[in-house]
Design a protein around this ligand. Structure first.
Ligand code: OAD
Length: 421
């Protein structure tokens, strides 16, 4: 998110409308700004926000109808053929694409939310360190973790290199990333939409003065809260959260940059394949992307765990690096360069000999960045199990170097989060 986009962030949370309320209001001939005023009177829109932008914001507040699976695409070979013939591919990536670089994801059992819970057991909800209201009151817990998350300490993964390879083949429409680690840029991907912003810039929570992210790096690495050079001249920093420099990453309770909505608006009529890599798809509005693009566009999921709230055509479960290398091996020349040294093609197990049948753990349910109400974070204790994916009893695993096909459209690779039946 650039400096200008961060200006659009409202201080108050957005209430999510019921679809029928929205339909009623849209049919009432009220202009989009008036509809938004009724649904979310607390939102302070920038005066120059046009009606089309507001209309898109409204649409992002309601869940579009769920997409049905396309029956003609099922196998890993179908996935390879789809990649071969598609030229406008959207890759939607999440924290899972970066875990092999050494960065934790958010909701897995050893993810950031679990770590926050351990470090700050008194916080009612680990997510609140990424909540704008909480940050204004107490930026310390965020800055404690910011050091570990700060870009420049990690290397791009096989997943990032695969997206770069798609771009080199002229097949990438855009990589929508929810990550703030900037590994896409480090991998050289140019067509990237940083949906949740990045550390590239930082903005004062009080006067909106904006600086290069490098400015706050020194403070972060010295365990100091970076303060605004304009608002404060003392080294001590304010306690009220005002005058603190905040990286331009999207917190819960803030709106996504206009770039996300505008780019998606343009891309949705051009995209010919969607590949989702390493995301629980729990946080709106980005998580709505698979339902916002035309439903006849094929969709492939590459993730450790199934996402029960979506219907993908081809589901490839396991460590994404492994799955992507197998895809690239099958794609052949021009693709295998992303395979790690020593990597060997995988062997398919005989499904008829597998007993008991594999059953996949399912993750479901949506949260919203924009609707999150920071007022709740102090009072309503959220059960950790509601944030972190429930701990999984170790289920059967396919041995390294192998995979299993579960008809009609699921593949289980090493690293898949699966449970015994
Ligand atoms: P999550 O932690 O919610 O989900 C990561 C997903 O990646 C999970 O479904 C894992 O099973 C999967 N995964 C982890 N490692 C993997 C691997 N090596 N290979 C394949 N899959 C793997 O992270 P996101 O979906 O990115 O927002 O989270 C979305 C947003 O929630 C974040 O951008 C952040 C967070 O709150 C904000 O802070 C605003």
């Amino acid at each position: 998110m650039d400096e200008q986009e961060s200006e659009t962030s409202p201080e108050r949370p957005i209430r999510v409308a019921d679809a029928s309320d929205l339909k009623f209001l849209l049919e009432s001939d009220l202009p989009p700004r008036a509809v938004l005023n009724v649904l979310a009177p607390d939102i302070e829109l920038p005066p120059d926000a046009d009606e089309a932008t507001i209309a898109r914001l409204l649409i992002s507040l309601v869940d579009p109808p769920r997409r049905n699976k396309l029956t003609q695409f099922n196998t890993i070979e179908d996935a390879v053929q789809l990649i071969r013939k598609s030229n406008k591919i959207i890759v939607l990536s999440g924290a899972g694409i970066s875990t092999s670089a050494g960065l934790p994801d958010f909701r897995s059992r050893n993810g950031i939310y679990k770590q926050i819970h351990e470090k700050h057991p008194n916080l009612s909800d680990p997510k609140c360190i990424f909540d704008i209201k909480f940050f204004r009151k107490n930026p310390q817990p965020f800055y404690h973790f910011a050091r570990a998350l700060f870009p420049g300490q990690y290397e791009p993964t096989v997943g990032h290199n695969f997206i770069k390879c798609l771009e080199e083949h002229g097949k990438l429409l855009n990589n929508y990333t929810q990550n703030i680690d900037t590994l896409e840029k480090q991998a050289g991907i140019r067509r990237v939409v940083e949906c949740h912003g990045s550390f590239a810039k930082a903005t004062c929570t009080n006067c909106r003065y904006s600086l290069d992210g490098e400015y706050i790096k020194k403070d972060i690495f010295s365990n100091k809260i970076p303060i605004c050079p304009l608002c404060h001249s003392s080294d001590e920093g304010p306690n009220d959260g005002l005058g603190v420099m905040k990286p331009n990453i999207v917190f819960f309770g803030e709106q996504l940059g206009i770039n996300f909505h505008d780019t998606l608006e343009a891309d949705k009529d051009r995209v010919d394949l969607l590949i989702v890599i390493g995301s629980s798809l729990k946080v709106r509005p980005v998580a709505l992307l698979p339902t916002l693009i035309p439903h006849e566009v094929p969709q492939i999921l590459i993730n450790r765990e199934p996402l029960g709230h979506f219907n993908f055509d081809i589901e490839l479960y396991g460590n994404c690096d492994e799955i992507i290398q197998e895809l690239c091996h099958r794609l052949g020349d021009g693709w295998t360069k992303i395979c790690l040294p020593g990597w060997k093609p995988l062997t398919e197990l005989d499904a008829s000999k597998q007993s008991p049948a594999f059953k996949l753990k399912t993750s479901s349910g949506l949260e919203s960045v924009e609707e999150c109400d920071g007022a709740n974070v102090d009072t309503d204790r959220v059960r950790l199990s509601e944030i972190i994916d429930p701990l999984q009893e170790a289920g059967p695993k396919v041995p390294e170097g192998t995979f299993l096909f579960v008809k009609p459209n699921k593949y289980i690779f090493n690293g898949a989060e699966i449970a015994s039946a």
